[in-house]
Design a protein around this ligand. Sequence first.
Ligand code: ZN
Length: 156
Amino acid sequence: MNDDAQTHSDLRELYRELILDHARSPRHFGKLEGATHSADGINPLCGDKLKLYFRLDDDMRITDACFEGSGCAISVASASLLTDTVTGMTRAEATDFFHAVTDSLSGRTESAPIDLGKLRALQGVRQYPSRVKCATLSWHAMNAALNQDKNPATTE
Ligand code: ZN
């Protein structure tokens, strides 16, 4: 194995650990009292059902984000990473992340390049199209919540 391949496999291992860690001990898990925005996300293919909650201040900045529900390791880890990432962002910044993450996972390149940071860990699912829906579910739910869409976000 050359150095480059070594680096890549180390990185994959690191990302796998990050996903497992967030799946085992999800951050921001539970109902958010006083949420200003919320939406359900349903992935019928896998059975993932999550509800995302956000509290936005008068400047449309996300001051708190939580989620509850049940789903596979990928969907839970993704929601955990999402709530971690978007807390403190403005609604516009979070929307940019929604486009960047969903484009990056579905192989599209339309959105402006953005540094995904630890969200890059999710890109491991790209080779498994059915798992892409698990990974993007919470992002679609966040987008629905921020747009105050009353319909649940569904991957189908
Ligand atoms: Zn799933």
